[in-house]
Design a protein around this ligand. Structure first.
Ligand SMILES: Nc1ncnc2c1ncn2[C@@H]1O[C@H](COP(=O)(O)OP(=O)(O)OP(=O)(O)O)[C@@H](O)[C@H]1O
Ligand SMILES: [Mg+2]
Length: 256
């Protein structure tokens, strides 16, 4: 069987914070990883393990000290965050980070859909786009389509996070990065947004990395599970091996 080329490849990634000082912290220790098209990977690991640092390094929010990052075979290690946004989309824990407060749902979606419009989008109205957006919002089944002209600040956290997700994927990114994107929501809304996430990833055939502290979600969703511990990949399982993993075993691994 011919295996597709990886969407993302990390080669020997290293990150040291405050190098050469008493506060020196080696956070990413030689991380190697290949992520193939259509993979949906859950990333778990204890607080401070280096999960967000890893995602930030991939997104370009953080410079690495050593190693290479490739997207579709192209080295992007020195490419800035703005350029990387052509391939990589992110959703954060805080629903406020993914959307612009004062702008309406429609305006937020226009910006996400076409970054070129950012300079003159005020007053931009396009019936075709509006209809398209409304139907995509309706498909989320979160009641957002009824508020398409409402400033985003009036949406609930769950609606806002669902909108962030839709905005993140609207241009079909090569890679979707989710950093505890359901953690700030109440349990029921969190589950709704989680299911929506899995549905959108499958429908749009996206490749995604999702950090979560919810072991049940990490086990239930995605094809592969990675545990990061002390800046290293401690566990990397997929398929049947992942399916047979038990929550108790994973929790035990946290303690080691
Ligand atoms: N910009 C930074 N400067 C200095 N230290 C940092 C920086 N970002 C993260 N760290 C430190 O690196 C370590 C790893 O942080 P990181 O945010 O990657 O952990 P995490 O695995 O995402 O944890 P959590 O589950 O709590 O979100 C932490 O000790 C953190 O304080
Ligand atoms: Mg984190």
């Amino acid at each position: 069987m011919i295996k597709n080329n990886p969407v993302l490849e990390l080669k020997g990634l290293q990150k040291i914070f405050f190098p050469g000082t008493v506060n020196q912290r080696h956070i990413l220790k030689n991380i190697d990883l290949k992520v193939y098209p259509g993979e949906f990977i859950s990333i778990i690991g204890n607080n401070g393990a280096g999960k967000s640092t890893l995602i930030n390094a991939i997104a370009g929010a953080l410079k690495v000290d050593k190693g290479e990052i490739e997207i579709l075979g192209q080295t992007i290690t020195k490419t800035n965050i703005r350029k990387r946004a052509n391939w990589i989309a992110r959703v954060f824990q805080d629903p406020k980070l993914g959307t612009a407060d004062q702008l309406s749902v429609y305006e937020n979606m226009v910006l996400a859909d076409d970054k070129q419009l950012s300079d003159y989008f005020k007053g931009y109205d396009n019936t075709k786009k509006r209809t398209q957006f409304a139907s995509r919002l309706a498909a989320l089944d979160m009641g957002i389509e009824a508020h398409i002209d409402t400033p985003v600040k009036y949406l609930s956290g769950g609606q806002r996070q669902a909108l962030s997700l839709l905005m993140a994927i609207i241009r079909k990114p090569q890679l979707l990065l989710l950093d505890e994107h359901t953690a700030a929501l109440d349990p029921k809304t969190s589950q709704t947004v989680m299911e929506l996430t899995a549905q959108l990833i499958e429908q749009e055939r996206l490749t995604a990395l999702m950090i979560t502290h919810d072991i049940d979600d990490a086990l239930a969703y995605g094809n592969r599970l990675i545990m990061v511990q002390d800046g290293q990949i401690k566990l990397d399982v997929q398929g049947a091996e992942k399916a047979h993993l038990l929550k108790a075993d994973l929790i035990k691994m946290f303690a080691i």
